[in-house]
Ligand binder design. Structure first.
Ligand SMILES: [Fe+2]
Length: 147
């Protein structure tokens, strides 16, 4: 993290799970989280933050949906648990972002705390959930060409 507005999460190749489409989505999520929080250095109200927040939530829905389709096709045994985890994370993200939206005036501490939460949220998702899908695909020698 830094305070210069240049971005919050630095992508780390250790997070690559080896499925191209999913890795691209994760990079996009990093980008959207960064866009959300670099906007705080420019905004004159919450309009911009809200737009970025909505983009992040929409892309999260899109990404989880893709992952769920992939897990179904690959007959992943942990599908139900992953879906539960996804729903929980979607609620967490929506709750976190709602807190920002409800502020009447800029509260930099809240935004900073939120940055940390979303950052942990994303890394937890990749490391705890998606690496398991990747292991499943590797064990069964399933190659995902496109999604
Ligand atoms: Fe993911």
């Amino acid at each position: 993290m830094n305070g210069t507005g240049k971005g919050l999460v630095q992508w780390d190749d250790m997070w690559l799970i080896g499925v191209d489409a999913i890795d691209k989505d994760h990079k996009k999520l990093v980008e959207l989280i960064n866009a959300l929080f670099t906007s705080k250095y420019r905004y004159q109200g919450f309009k911009e933050i809200r737009e970025h927040a909505q983009r992040l939530l929409d892309y999260t829905d899109y990404h989880f949906d893709r992952e769920e389709q992939l897990m179904r096709k690959a007959k992943y045994s942990g599908l139900e648990d992953q879906i539960k985890e996804h729903r929980k994370m979607q609620q967490q993200a929506a709750y976190i972002i709602k807190n920002i939206e409800e502020q009447k005036k800029p509260d930099l501490k809240l935004v900073n705390d939120t940055e940390r939460l979303l950052c942990d949220w994303l890394i937890k998702h990749i490391v705890d959930c998606d690496t398991k899908i990747s292991e499943h695909l590797k064990e069964r020698k399933i190659i995902v060409i496109e999604m």
